[in-house]
Ligand binder design. Structure first.
Ligand code: NAP
Length: 484
């Protein structure tokens, strides 16, 4: 835990602005969701510090973008190596402030670091184009240039990966960044920034502004004309608000928003594989990921066998403090999250849902919720249309393939969808019919740095990860050289 302790002076963690660690005059507590214990105080900054961070990022930009891509790649690679070296300390810190089991935190450190490694390599391939000319005395070029100062506003459910998925491509492209981490998980963000400093990242390239109330900082990041791009991951309502705020200065935006992921199981599916995929996709991070299954749609011929097997496996999941070896489900992030899950459960049961397991706080109490499976789910239930963001698996029944596709698409969201079948014709039909940015076919875990992470409809704008994720932090400049 030396990394964690190194962030603190007198029990308070400072934010990073222009290479200087700043505490400001106020602080807010960060708590362990498993115990309620206060882990640390963190600098509570506002409008003024947000402007200072933008000034620092703007000042650092001209030198940073002028560096050869290879040099930027070397610094990113050094950051990646340091994160790997500190895997255990980062994972422990993440479990402490976010609650996920240590094994998942270690997985997130590897996943988060993979974006830095990948984009360090991609930085060297950020090529432009030459075009066939339309006149013999002219030559036409297309340059790809970094967009400028980027604001990265990130959620608590992936305290590290949502930061690196934005910052690694931005920095690789030659941008500088101001990060506004979630109030619940700022320590991982500060630890990452500290390691970036040690890796030789120049002052002002990465700035972190921590705050207990996001509005003032958010207002600066979305309205200051020096910020050229806002990359946001979080809920759809907040995303819409920030999008509107960005309109005044016509910023580029990337929005990675909420989902309502369907998981379809057809009669011919491999039952064991479908149940294993269902557990992985539903209960990872206690159901608190944007690509977690929200609704299981199961064909009538396999319905009973699937719900029985799913409930059996869900019941067996080990709930506990994420630091305890063997824990598979940690606490929910806070009491509001517990309240939302309970609300969805009560609503489903009141509307005729059959509780097969869970449906209440786990015996550990506090913010631990028992993994829950509800059979007989119907479209009138809130869980049919709202993201639960917790360990609740409602199982709907359908007859025909077309019914499943229609039910799956009957939502304003379009992030991740999953389905299980062994029929290759059905695979193509269903995959093409689903209005989603990402589809898992006979697979419940799909995220990787090499593939685009995209949401369509109200789940988002733009793309993260893959080579397309780098392009999102660049602008094209067309140059016509005449008089030749
Ligand atoms: P959230 O409430 O929307 O918050 C996300 C971030 O925005 C936090 O840093 C939050 O700060 C900040 N924020 C809130 N209001 C703001 C404002 N007015 N101005 C500037 N910043 C503001 O979402 P969350 O509860 O942290 O995360 C869960 C949601 O994220 C779910 O809907 C999930 O599906 C979605 N998500 C999407 C993806 C994806 O890639 N599509 C990935 C992960 C999560 P505070 O923490 O201080 O409130």
């Amino acid at each position: 835990m030396r990394l964690f302790e190194s962030l603190l002076s007198d029990g308070t963690a400072a934010a990073l602005i222009g290479g200087r660690w700043q505490k400001g005059t106020n602080s807010f507590p960060v708590t362990n969701p498993a115990t309620g214990e206060i882990l640390a105080q963190v600098a509570d900054l506002g409008e003024q510090e947000a402007r200072e961070a933008v000034t620092a990022a703007q000042a650092a930009w001209s030198e940073w973008k002028a560096l050869p891509a290879k040099r930027r790649a070397v610094i990113l690679r050094a950051w990646f190596e340091l994160i790997h070296e500190h895997t255990e300390a980062l994972a422990e810190l993440m479990t402490l402030e976010q609650g996920k089991p240590l094994a998942e935190s270690r997985g997130e450190v590897a996943y988060g670091a993979s974006f830095i490694e990948f984009f360090a390599e991609e930085a060297k391939r950020m090529s432009g184009e030459t075009l066939p000319t339309h006149a013999s005395d002219k030559r036409l070029l297309v340059l790809r240039e970094p967009v400028g100062v980027v604001a990265a506003i990130t959620p608590w459910n992936f305290p590290m990966a949502m930061i690196t998925r934005k910052c690694a491509p931005a920095i690789a492209a030659g941008c500088t960044v101001v990060i506004k981490p979630a109030e619940a998980t700022p320590l991982t963000a500060l630890a990452l920034a500290k390691l970036a400093n040690e890796a030789g990242m120049p002052e002002g390239v990465i700035n972190v502004v921590t705050a207990s109330t996001p509005d003032a900082v958010g207002k600066v990041l979305t309205t200051d004309p020096r910020v050229r791009k806002v990359s946001f991951t979080g809920s759809t309502p907040v995303g819409k608000k920030l999008l509107a705020q960005c309109a005044g200065t016509v910023k580029k935006v990337s929005m990675e928003l909420g989902g309502n992921a369907p998981f379809i199981v057809f009669d011919d599916a491999d039952l064991d594989a479908a149940v294993a995929g269902a557990i992985a996709s539903k209960f990872r991070n206690a159901g608190q990921t944007c690509v977690c299954t929200n609704r299981f749609l199961v064909q009538e011929g396999i319905y009973d066998a699937f719900v029985e097997a799913l409930a059996e496996k869900a019941k067996a999941l080990l709930v506990g403090d994420g630091r305890k070896p063997g824990t598979q489900i940690g606490p929910l992030i806070n009491q509001a999250a517990v309240g939302k899950v309970q609300c969805h459960v009560d609503d489903a049961v009141a509307k005729g849902g059959r509780l097969l397991c869970g449906g209440h706080l786990h015996e550990l109490g506090h913010s631990f919720y028992a993994p829950t499976v509800i059979a007989g789910a119907t479209l009138e239930m809130r869980v049919a249309s709202e993201e639960t963001f917790g360990p609740l698996a409602p199982v709907f029944c359908f007859k025909e393939d077309e019914d499943a596709i229609a039910m799956a698409n009957d939502t304003p969201f379009g992030l991740a969808a999953y389905f299980y079948t062994q029929d290759y014709r059905r695979i193509w039909r269903v995959m093409e019919g689903l209005e989603y940015g990402m589809v898992g076919v006979n697979e419940g875990l799909i995220s990787t740095e090499v593939a685009p992470f995209v949401g369509i409809k109200e789940s988002g704008l733009g793309c993260e990860g893959s080579r397309h994720g780098l392009e999102d932090f660049t602008e094209l400049k067309y140059v016509c050289v005449g008089g030749l």
